[in-house]
Design a binder for this molecule. Structure first.
Ligand SMILES: *Cc1c(COP(=O)(O)O)cnc(C)c1O
Length: 442
């Protein structure tokens, strides 16, 4: 196998995600696909032995490196026991153990786990469960949802209703029944001298005004706790979550925390919402939960919501399903991932690693075109002031030429490496990103 033969076959047969295929096909030289032969730790290798440091954890899914020996071993063992079994009417050990351990991580507050395969499905499950639970309780008018400006909760038609990213949404507008949006607590919106806490309070006050007027029709507010990742790593103060929880309780509106990107230790605590000392009514997990190995998503909810469906009548039940619900291999990968957290003091080690990443990045804040250098845990980002519409792609290519995989969102450059990155690799990542920045701007 060679790089070039695989590349052409991929262009002929694979429709790649989030991609205008003509940008590859018309100018294979301009934006080449990158064929990957194997991975190890933070590194990806092509067929010619070129390597790339995976600075974005392969779209935010990989926590403990590629081909992690412990997750590999767990999957090999599971392969010889059970690969998959229908979860309606049947059950198996990995799905039971995973549900129990996740529930324990919420101190039992979210004791019921519902399974699917991808993040967008988890969003849709949380929306459907919230709506249906209010219906079962006799709140017939609660048929609408609320999301934050700049939110991202997935791209299926139902999830797009609560996603506020024009590039993904506008083409499908006629198909979508959009949710209302309330202001984002994005700390970059601070006026001169205003703190991030004050921005959070301002946004929470707007939420309160909206719910005062519309709560009778609203089933749930859905948020990405602490960081709105897909719309450009917009970070905000935990105060917003604390206040949102209070306001939602007061107006009988569910709070859905979509921790698909920010869960599993990314922000410095296992769940991001812990930093606001709250619990949501629904918690969506995916991406990192299987260590980046297999598609798996989970919606966790409370005993109160579960009770709304528990009834003699079949139609009062939650009759939602996916073929691969609770896949045994994916659950086993997730258990191995949780074992790594438990055995290797990951949260504590990440604190030191995140501080080092921050130290490496700090000099960049003096760069004349760098704005809003920010970080929470193992996610760091800055915005680049440039009018060049080709800047993001120029940066992406300049980074690849320096063995670095970073994929800007518009003019936001972000770092979201696997937790197994070493201090030296952090230094290399940032130094080469800085060189790529100057090359792309120059
Ligand atoms: C990635 C993501 C999703 C969608 O997950 P998919 O598996 O890509 O469908 C939903 N919400 C958030 C916050 C995400 O980052």
């Amino acid at each position: 196998m060679s790089n070039s033969s695989l590349l052409q076959r991929s262009l002929d047969a694979v429709w790649h995600p989030c991609t205008q295929m003509k940008q590859h096909a018309a100018a294979v030289e301009a934006l080449p696909l990158v064929p990957i032969a194997r991975g190890e730790g933070v590194w990806l290798y092509d067929f010619d032995g070129r390597r790339y440091l995976d600075g974005i954890s392969s779209w935010w899914v990989n926590l403990f490196g590629h081909c992690n020996p412990r997750i590999n071993a767990a999957l090999r063992a599971q392969l010889d026991e059970l690969e998959h079994v229908i979860l309606a009417g049947f059950t198996h050990r990995p799905v039971v153990e995973l549900s129990e351990r996740l529930s324990a991580l919420t101190d039992g507050a979210l004791g019921h786990c519902f399974y699917a395969s991808d993040g967008a499905s988890a969003t849709e499950i949380a929306l459907k469960m919230s709506f249906h639970s209010w219906q079962n309780r006799g709140f017939q008018d609660k048929q609408e949802f609320l999301c934050l400006a700049g939110s991202y909760h997935g791209e299926t038609v139902g999830a797009l209703a609560v996603t506020d990213v024009a590039l993904f949404k506008d083409a499908y507008a006629p198909l979508i029944r959009p949710a209302a949006t309330v202001p984002t607590p994005d700390a970059r919106l601070a006026a001169a001298g205003e703190s991030s806490t004050a921005v959070a309070r301002r946004a929470a006050a707007a939420l309160e005004r909206h719910l005062e007027r519309h709560h009778r029709r609203i089933a749930a507010l859905i948020v990405e706790p602490l960081i709105q990742c897909a719309s450009g790593m917009a970070m905000y103060d935990p105060e917003y979550l604390r206040l949102a929880r209070e306001v939602c309780d007061r107006f009988q509106v569910h709070l859905i925390c979509d921790e698909i990107a920010v869960g599993c230790g990314r922000t410095g605590t296992f769940f991001a919402h812990e930093q606001a000392a709250i619990r949501p009514d629904f918690l969506c997990l995916s991406k990192g939960i299987s260590g980046g190995y297999l598609p798996l998503s989970i919606v966790m909810t409370t005993a109160a919501v579960y009770a709304d469906f528990y009834h003699e009548s079949t139609s009062r039940g939650f009759l939602h399903s996916h073929s691969y619900t609770g896949n045994a291999l994916a659950c086993r990968a997730a258990l191995a991932t949780l074992d790594l957290f438990a055995d290797e003091q990951v949260i504590e080690n990440n604190r030191l690693l995140a501080a080092h990443l921050g130290d490496c990045l700090r000099p960049l804040s003096a760069h004349p075109q760098v704005r809003h250098l920010r970080q929470r845990g193992m996610i760091a980002a800055f915005d680049v002031s440039s009018d060049d519409p080709a800047f993001p792609q120029r940066f992406y290519r300049a980074a690849l030429a320096r063995e670095i995989l970073l994929r800007p969102i518009g003019n936001t450059i972000y770092f979201m490496p696997p937790y197994v990155i070493s201090r030296e690799e952090c230094e290399l990542l940032v130094a080469r990103a800085a060189a790529a920045l100057d090359a792309a701007l120059g």
